[in-house]
Design a protein around this ligand. Structure first.
Ligand SMILES: NC(=O)c1ccc[n+]([C@@H]2O[C@H](COP(=O)([O-])OP(=O)(O)OC[C@H]3O[C@@H](n4cnc5c(N)ncnc54)[C@H](O)[C@@H]3O)[C@@H](O)[C@H]2O)c1
Length: 418
């Protein structure tokens, strides 16, 4: 069997996850290049895939200049590079596995979708939740008519107070200019799930939200600019030492590598952005936002994205004419309340044990895309860019509404459905 020639741009957290799937099936793949800014990560890639130095690039321009034959390019670089890298890849006739967000403006998203169509290439956007056993089960219950007609869905993305501080106050997704509005960066998944479960176009929406807490005016009196020097740190939930040396030690791995000793983490926190006071960062994305949506046929939905929760988890409540469904993504429990026949509790823990990577979604998506490339077989749930774009249309509309005090934004017909 001919091997799939694959290249990766961005060998960080996401790139390495896809890399691990490739390593599982090296008989099926030939890694032809890895592009990564950071030398240590390139060295890891070299080792992971047994590459030569001339297959390692620090610069995507140099990689594209070499015009390698690539069947599948994985774009897992940072958000602001997605557009140019994907357009260039399509122009070089590559299929693309593209991390979300597709791009930082709707025009750019549309350009990518149009170009993929024109070039007859596949772009799969990593909306991995669609492939998780949790959301697949809910979709199946709805499709099998178990709740009658869906009338409304509530979806909550409880970001978690520490995750907010890590990614959206101190970390890479703190500035809208770099990564787009937070409702896009964090919740294109949720908007995608709502659109997929309701299976109808969104016609209008409105949104409220703001950066309420993580700003200078809320800094406790006497607090220092870095946790290290701060006399208030024992009373502060955002004290980085409490987090990265306790519950968040695994999260520190993304920052400091494999040496997770107290000493190594402390040295890193003393000077990096992750040791800054959360009230003195240059963050500008929101810390809470709600979106109310109307879909075709008078179906409604609401989404809340909330920094201030102890845990990081998603919850859903589907309201139907014959029953309702509640679900907690982290507990992996789905409860179906049939109005006539009573309650059925579905414990996904009893059905599968592969919940790694977004409830198993990362892997299912990756290999469904591979199956499409190799066998021209499109799995029922595999979503191509023309369908994924709706979530981005809804995210940009939400941001527009939020900035206009919740004004209703009509969703243009062109962008409603694939
Ligand atoms: N699908 C999901 O659920 C999900 C989850 C997390 C992140 N993401 C997205 O995946 C992407 C990567 O996120 P991550 O968590 O892996 O971040 P990361 O920082 O761990 O990894 C990104 C890597 O890409 C490298 N990089 C960035 N731009 C580059 C460029 N132009 N050329 C070469 N190297 C480049 C960085 O050095 C870094 O090593 C982001 O777009 C993010 O929004 C998606």
């Amino acid at each position: 069997m001919k091997k799939i020639k694959v290249a990766i741009i961005g060998y960080g957290n996401r790139g390495m996850i896809y890399g691990s799937f490739i390593q599982e099936r090296m008989d099926q793949f030939q890694v032809v290049a890895v592009v990564e800014f950071i030398k240590d990560k390139l060295a890891k890639a070299k080792n992971d895939f047994n590459l030569n130095d001339n297959q390692l690039y620090q610069d995507a321009d140099a990689f594209f200049k070499d015009k390698l034959k690539v069947d599948l390019l994985i774009v897992s670089s940072m958000d602001k590079y997605h557009y140019l890298q994907t357009v260039t890849a399509l122009n070089q006739n590559m299929n693309v596995l593209l991390e979300k967000p597709i791009a930082l403006t709707l025009n750019e998203c549309n350009t990518i979708a149009d170009l993929a169509k024109q070039k007859k290439k596949y772009v799969v956007v990593c909306h991995v939740l669609r492939y998780s056993s949790f959301y697949c089960k809910i979709k199946e219950l709805i499709e099998n008519g178990r709740v009658g007609e869906v009338v409304h869905i509530n979806q909550a993305e409880n970001v978690g107070y520490w995750h907010q501080a890590h990614s959206y106050v101190r970390g890479n997704w703190r500035k809208k200019e770099e990564t787009g509005p937070m409702i896009l960066a964090k919740c294109s998944h949720d908007l995608d799930i709502l659109y997929w479960l309701i299976n109808k176009p969104c016609v209008r929406l409105s949104s409220f939200g703001s950066l309420k807490h993580f700003k200078k005016e809320n800094q406790p009196k006497g607090a220092a600019s870095r946790c290290f020097d701060c006399i208030k740190k024992e009373d502060c939930p955002f004290n980085c030492y409490n987090f990265y040396l306790k519950d968040g030690r695994e999260w520190a791995r993304q920052l400091v590598g494999d040496d997770l000793s107290d000493e190594n983490i402390k040295v890193f926190l003393k000077t990096s952005d992750y040791g800054k006071c959360v009230y003195e960062c240059d963050n500008d994305v929101v810390d809470h936002q709600v979106v109310n949506m109307e879909f075709e046929g008078n179906v409604t939905a609401s989404l809340s994205m909330e920094a201030f929760s102890r845990y990081c988890y998603r919850e859903i409540h589907v309201y139907g004419t014959k029953g309702d469904i509640t679900g907690d993504f982290e507990k992996r429990i789905i409860t179906l309340n049939d109005y006539i026949n009573g309650q059925e509790v579905i414990d996904l823990n009893e059905i599968t044990d592969d919940f790694s990577g977004h409830g198993g979604g990362d892997k299912v998506m990756f290999f469904e895309f591979v199956d499409l490339l190799v066998n021209k077989r499109k799995a029922k749930n595999l979503t191509l860019i023309e369908d994924s774009i709706m979530s981005h249309v809804m995210a940009f509309a939400s941001e527009k509404s939020r900035l206009n005090k919740g004004e209703v934004v009509e969703i243009e017909q062109k962008n409603k459905m694939a």
